[in-house]
Design a protein around this ligand. Structure first.
Ligand SMILES: [Zn+2]
Ligand SMILES: [Zn+2]
Ligand SMILES: [Zn+2]
Ligand SMILES: [Zn+2]
Ligand SMILES: [Zn+2]
Ligand SMILES: [Zn+2]
Length: 261
């Protein structure tokens, strides 16, 4: 219906035919948008510090700081915490320093200790305590690497190295730290995965054990295993055969030791 006798304007829009005009808009100031036609303009909030008292929007200026927290919008500033060890006593924020470790757990924030925390530790009595209390092989290895008590460290390394429930990667890490010839000989001559035995042989210094391996029987020292290899697409995969004669590794090791006197 055309408005032959003039439009019936309701601010910028005719309520009869829907035509709009660019005047007398009815702006929602916070949204910066006309309620009738959608025309936009810059947002105009009613700022009360960092917060608009009309719509609740916040901005990153004029906060009302109460220590580390803005009492109006809840924003946190990290240079004004009240530290109690690792935790801010006013907002509860936790930082990565000042933990208080007791039995592998921080008594302040409750977090469990990780191998990464141990890398930064120097307190030997604390390291000993963790070594004695943890049942995590990964933690054990991390602690043992930092222990000045070599006997305790070697005990931990051999427990991990001999534990077939532990991942091969961690066992290799432990074997690489072992000096105990009896444990190394056990692994070298045992039925662990070939690469673990290889790493153990490379740590042996006892020449009579190495000679025993060099002169051992094929069935005891030649390891073979299959690896599934993807041939560049999803449809074809094949088994790659690996063979490792541990006697060769032992022979090389012997030559090396004899060369170094
Ligand atoms: Zn009209
Ligand atoms: Zn309008
Ligand atoms: Zn607003
Ligand atoms: Zn604020
Ligand atoms: Zn705080
Ligand atoms: Zn903590």
């Amino acid at each position: 219906m055309a408005c032959l006798f003039g439009h019936k304007w309701n601010s910028c829009k005719c309520s009869k035919c829907g035509k709009t005009r660019d005047e007398q808009h009815d702006f929602d100031l916070c949204k910066g948008k006309c309620k009738h036609c959608g025309k936009t303009q810059a947002e105009q909030h009613s700022w009360n510090g960092c917060k608009c008292s009309r719509c609740g929007k916040t901005r990153d200026e004029q906060h009302d700081w109460n220590g580390c927290i803005c009492s109006r919008c809840g924003k946190r500033r990290n240079d004004k915490h009240s530290w109690n060890g690792c935790k801010c006593s006013s907002c509860g924020f936790v930082r990565e320093e000042g933990h208080k470790w007791v039995n592998c757990k921080c008594t302040t924030c409750g977090r469990e200790i990780t191998p990464k925390d141990i890398e930064k530790m120097t307190d030997q009595s604390l390291l000993c305590e963790i070594a004695k209390n943890t049942d995590s092989p990964a933690l054990g290895v991390a602690v043992a690497k930092k222990l000045s008590d070599d006997n305790l460290a070697q005990t931990i390394f051999s427990n991990v190295a001999l534990n077939d429930k532990v991942s091969d990667g961690l066992r290799v890490e432990a074997i690489k730290m072992l000096t105990d010839q009896i444990v190394l000989a056990d692994i070298a001559q045992g039925n662990s995965f070939g690469t673990l035995r290889k790493v153990a042989i490379e740590r042996l210094t006892d020449q009579s054990i190495l000679s025993n391996i060099v002169n051992g029987e094929t069935k005891n020292f030649v390891c073979s295993w299959q690896e599934t290899v993807n041939e560049g697409n999803d449809y074809w995969s094949s088994a790659k055969e690996h063979t490792l004669d541990l006697r060769d590794i032992a022979r090389k090791r012997l030559v090396e030791l004899q060369k170094n006197g």
